[in-house]
Design a protein around this ligand. Structure first.
Ligand code: SAH
Length: 394
């Protein structure tokens, strides 16, 4: 067993080799860090402002810190960001960035501007383990969770890049966790990153302007309510368990009734809040009027709105997008039953940045997925992102 001396030594050696990345630390995390090195905790607020507001990564430029502290930070800490590998701009103004998070793994993030807002869609995992049948990200397999630093870095990078784009300066007004991955299966890192999004001394977004989308990890919906109540979106996609079991395999673990009960709890003491239900329309699978009626009945007594997402195709998906009149009919049925429903416009389709098209570059951990990928024709740079909703936020 390690003696205390051994432990101290190991920690010291590790600190020497691996500087701590301050980018992903929350206010509390930074306060602890400063206490740990014998500094006063108010340094945490100063650091947050330098890192997230001024977007300075070089400690020597942090002029309100003493010279000694700057030198100490330079020796044992870093503010390290992942690298942008490529930028693609759609004819509709949507921008997709490929971000390298390890030698052979990339994630994607997407900026979707419209007249009134600028929505940034970010990823929470490298790949995804959920295997929803209609989602391209699922086909990439799963590699690992992103750290809180890698999640908040996406906002840091996008804000910086958008501000420096002198031809087309845009502001991020909304953030959606609808890129690659299931955010509630990377709970602690996602919550830390959410805190940094909301924190006034960091990014300062209002709660309602940050939306987390989940396929329905029920216990974590309750946990999120306790820890960091941002806007909630739920990927429903089917009005009954029989169909949802097929499309979203996670449903076998957390069936619709339990999922909707968690949604109700999530908003029960907030009269203004609504849960957004995402529903990908798949031709001949879940797009009939009967499905719409069933869906309306399911959501009748919930503060809900529905985002219909016309299926975005990808090679060998086996699905098709329904024709426009079918989509309109589906929406009419819901609207007639007083369910607020929006059909999400497909954005960034020409650069594969639309919902469910984000793929990044994922070295899957499972042999099954690696084999499947190897047998498929490579489609370089193809990524599926869920494109955020114009009216996702009220
Ligand atoms: N795992 C989370 C976050 C990803 S969000 C979740 O499931 O909510 C990605 C969104 O895009 C989800 O609503 C997903 O169902 C949708 N989507 C996935 N593939 C799609 C496709 N091919 N076309 C349209 N939407 C798709």
């Amino acid at each position: 067993m390690d003696t205390p001396e051994d432990t101290i030594q190991t920690t010291a050696v590790r600190a020497e080799r691996e500087p701590v990345n301050l980018l992903g630390l929350t206010l509390t995390g930074l306060e602890e860090y400063f206490r740990g090195i014998g500094e006063r905790p108010f340094r945490a607020v100063q650091l947050l402002k330098w890192i997230h507001q001024q977007r300075i990564t070089d400690f020597s430029a942090m002029t309100n810190l003493s010279r000694e502290l700057r030198a100490r930070l330079a020796a044992e800490a870093v503010v390290r960001l992942p690298e942008i590998v490529s930028t693609q701009k759609s004819t509709d103004g949507t921008i997709k960035w490929l971000v390298r998070v390890a030698a052979d793994n990339c994630i994607e993030m997407v900026f979707i501007p419209d007249a009134r807002r600028g929505t940034l869609c970010i990823s929470s995992q490298v790949g995804c383990a959920l295997n929803c049948t209609f989602c391209f990200t699922a086909r990439q397999g799963f590699n690992r969770n992103l750290s809180s630093a890698e999640i908040i870095a996406q906002i840091w990078l996008a804000r910086t890049l958008l501000e420096n784009d002198s031809a087309d300066r845009r502001v991020i007004t909304n953030v959606v966790l609808m890129g690659m991955g299931e955010p509630l299966l990377n709970f602690e890192n996602v919550v830390d990153a959410l805190e940094l999004m909301l924190e006034d001394n960091a990014h300062g977004f209002a709660r309602r302007r940050v939306t987390l989308s989940t396929a329905g990890v029920v216990p974590k919906i309750d946990a999120l309510r306790q820890r960091c109540r941002v806007s909630l979106a739920v990927s429903l996609h089917a009005p009954n368990d029989r169909l949802r079991d097929q499309l979203v395999p996670l449903n076998k673990r957390y069936p619709i009734r339990e999922l909707l009960a968690a949604c109700r709890r999530y908003v029960e003491d907030d009269a203004r809040a609504k849960v957004t239900f995402e529903y990908v329309l798949l031709a001949g699978v879940n797009d009939s009027r009967q499905h719409a009626r069933e869906l309306a009945a399911l959501l009748a007594d919930l503060p809900a709105k529905v985002n219909l997402i016309p299926f975005n195709p990808f090679p060998n998906s086996g699905y098709q997008c329904p024709p426009a009149p079918v989509i309109d009919d589906f929406r009419e049925v819901l609207m007639a039953r007083r369910i607020m429903t929006i059909t999400r416009k497909t954005r960034g389709g020409d650069i594969d940045a639309a919902c469910g098209q984000l793929a990044g570059e994922v070295q899957a951990r499972s042999r099954r997925v690696r084999l499947r990928n190897a047998n498929r024709l490579a489609t370089p740079g193809r990524t599926t992102v869920t494109l955020p909703p114009e009216q996702l936020q009220s």
